[in-house]
Design a protein around this ligand. Structure first.
Ligand SMILES: NC(=O)c1ccc[n+]([C@@H]2O[C@H](COP(=O)([O-])OP(=O)(O)OC[C@H]3O[C@@H](n4cnc5c(N)ncnc54)[C@H](OP(=O)(O)O)[C@@H]3O)[C@@H](O)[C@H]2O)c1
Length: 334
């Protein structure tokens, strides 16, 4: 089968390779992958900046969708032809995250999905909503599930609450779409004029320029009668956290997800004085994935795709993500 591998210690080379077609064992399914999508994390893995535990030879990418083409012994609940996406953490089935559940992650500690065929445990091959194309379904496992976990599971966002979303990356745009479904008011930020127009078109109530208006936390206070937002979905990290502390209301919540804004230190005192509930999360469980898919199906929600590349253009897809110019997910057909 055709596949890609990242090779080398530290910064890695992306190589197109021919590998034997994998065979599903007991309790596993073989999936003919049809599309994959990229996340910020995939750049970190390729650059050797994702910490330890990454093999020197790795099939990259966590996010992909395809159809089941073979069943291992003892598999029930899935059939040949079912359209599925792989769970980011195949061993995190339900309940809270544990060290054991976190150990194996597609496209990180274990091989990912940028290959024609992938074997998955049957419980981690999650049926995708019927109305989505494979390209759309391939955007769900990491960015969408992280946004869903933040809003629905951890923050339990309520109708009428105000949420701040940062930048127009994959997680934040999915969070905007979920926040709309949940009936929340969205204050979004983006450093690009063109992307601000698109965020407004997707339903953001207010869109701020985090580049020209670095004190966007003040604008959030102005927009909330001086009170602050109920929730901030934090993808900026040390570069934005202290602003998020000031932008959230007393007793509000912040879900900490990423670190795209750089920076290295934070002063945590506002967490105490403003009684903020700050929760770090990592993607989500198989059960959360199924719940999210029910919501997506019920609401006919369609993930936003920025660009679809062919399989031969995989390196170009990485370059596109790295440029930061994308709005919506960068996808590769397989
Ligand atoms: N914890 C988890 O489970 C989890 C899961 C997924 C992702 N993440 C993390 O979440 C972050 C976002 O991931 P992603 O895949 O959504 O990234 P992405 O699609 O590559 O998006 C990056 C976006 O970040 C925005 N940005 C850059 N600097 C910013 C700043 N100073 N303030 C606000 N926004 C800024 C830019 O939006 P504009 O051009 O509109 O300004 C840019 O398009 C990454 O750090 C990633 O590692 C964590």
């Amino acid at each position: 089968m055709r596949a890609y591998q990242l090779k080398g210690e530290g910064p890695k080379q992306l190589e197109a390779v021919e590998l034997p077609e994998p065979v599903p064992g007991p309790g596993e399914v073989l999936v003919r992958m049809r599309a994959a999508s990229l996340n910020y994390r995939d750049m970190l893995v390729a650059d050797g900046h994702y910490g330890s535990g990454i093999p020197d030879t790795l099939i990259p990418l966590s996010d992909g969708a395809g159809e089941v083409v073979a069943l291992g012994d003892g598999v029930s609940g899935l059939a040949i032809g079912d359209r599925v996406a792989g769970a980011f953490y195949p061993d995190w089935v339900s309940g809270p995250i544990t060290a054991a559940a976190r150990r194996r992650a597609l496209g990180g500690s274990i091989d990912g999905v940028l290959a024609e065929y992938v074997v998955l445990p049957a419980h981690a091959a999650i049926p995708v909503p019927d109305h989505l194309s494979f390209e759309e379904a391939a955007t769900l496992p990491c960015a969408a599930l992280t946004a869903w976990n933040a809003l629905a599971e951890v923050a339990r966002l309520q109708p009428g609450e105000t949420v701040v979303l940062q930048g127009s990356g994959g997680v934040s745009v999915m969070a905007l779409q979920f926040a709309r479904i949940m009936g929340a008011r969205v204050i979004h930020t983006s450093g690009s004029a063109e992307k601000r127009v698109r965020l407004t078109a997707l339903g953001a109530d207010h869109v701020l320029d985090h580049a020209a208006e670095p004190d966007w936390d003040r604008a959030v206070l102005d927009l909330t009668d001086g009170t602050g937002a109920d929730l901030v979905v934090e993808v900026g990290g040390p570069g934005t956290l202290e602003k998020s502390f000031r932008a959230v209301r007393i007793g509000g919540r912040i879900v900490s997800i990423g670190f795209v804004a750089g920076g290295s230190t934070i002063d945590p005192r506002a967490i105490i004085s403003r009684c903020i509930r700050l929760t770090g999360i990592t993607v989500g469980s198989c059960d959360m994935f199924r719940a999210m898919n029910r919501a997506i199906g019920q609401n006919g929600m369609r993930p936003v795709i920025g660009r679809i590349h062919t399989f031969d253009e995989a390196a170009e897809a990485y370059r596109r993500l790295r440029s930061g110019g994308h709005f919506g997910k960068v996808v590769i057909t397989i």
